[in-house]
Design a protein around this ligand. Structure first.
Ligand code: HEC
Length: 224
């Protein structure tokens, strides 16, 4: 009798996790240091450790709470805010920022930058869902317009392609900072997340939830 109960219980446990492939880490199963990427290199390593096809939601949920954020209702960028309820959201880690938009034309993109010196950043962009292994060439291919310029140049001036560590090359260009007067508070966005109706816009709810509920996001100042 005891054996039967035990068998049933463990069968239940196996069922819960049975869908995860053992070959790749689950979205929330990465180590603490991996879930706190501080550079573009760390971000690429994290992305490459996560399951395929990789959704933006899975990537955001892999980041360890509490997240530091700067959400901005700014419409003049490659990842424009839709409005105060769906702003552009910067996730800040050390001298690197990740940028996502819960809705609008930039909603499938992850943009990122890492400080290089004091007035410029290495920049890149990836489109989700991600298949295959991401390299510096994946990033270059996504944003290159000519062999020496990217689509970011229109707004981020003084652009050039330079070596990024020993991993390949990336574009560096001038920093454009979010405007404090356009900031949308985390407490407001947490309410948007908990009130979000997935039958209206599932992606928006998933992104807001990953950052403001699971990620326990708090407002912070821009790191550079
Ligand atoms: C239409 C103008 C415009 C274009 C084109 C543009 N950006 Fe930006 N970017 C901005 C503005 C404005 C900001 C400041 C934050 C805000 O208000 O959205 C910014 C800030 C950033 C930041 C954070 C700060 C920094 O400068 O490092 C990143 C990362 C970024 N952009 C990535 C990109 C990438 C990658 C591209 C090209 C694929 C790009 N942007 C193209 C306008 C633009």
């Amino acid at each position: 009798m005891i054996t039967i109960v035990f068998t049933l219980l463990s069968a239940g446990c196996t069922d819960d996790k049975g869908n995860e492939s053992s070959a790749s880490t689950s979205c929330t199963g990465v180590t603490d240091s991996m879930g706190r990427p501080k550079t573009i290199e760390d971000t690429i390593n994290l992305i490459n450790a996560l399951p395929r096809p990789l959704s933006l939601e899975c990537f955001l949920n892999s980041l360890k709470a509490p997240l530091n954020v700067f959400a901005v209702n700014s419409t003049f960028s490659a990842q424009p805010a839709v409005d105060q309820n769906s702003p552009r959201i910067f996730i800040l880690q050390d001298k690197m920022v990740l940028s996502v938009a819960p809705a609008g034309i930039g909603r499938t993109l992850l943009e990122f930058s890492e400080l290089n010196g004091s007035i410029e950043t290495f920049k890149g962009e990836l489109e989700f869902p991600i298949e295959g292994t991401v390299t510096m060439d994946t990033i270059l291919a996504k944003i290159s317009q000519t062999s020496t310029t990217s689509t970011c140049l229109t707004c981020h001036t003084s652009e050039r392609k330079v070596a990024y560590k020993t991993l390949g090359s990336l574009y560096v260009s001038k920093i454009l900072r979010p405007n404090e007067s356009q900031r949308i508070n985390s407490s407001y966005l947490k309410n948007q997340a908990t009130a979000c109706n997935p039958s209206i816009n599932k992606h928006r709810c998933e992104v807001l939830n990953a950052i403001f509920v699971n990620g326990q996001a708090q407002d912070a100042s821009f790191p550079f």
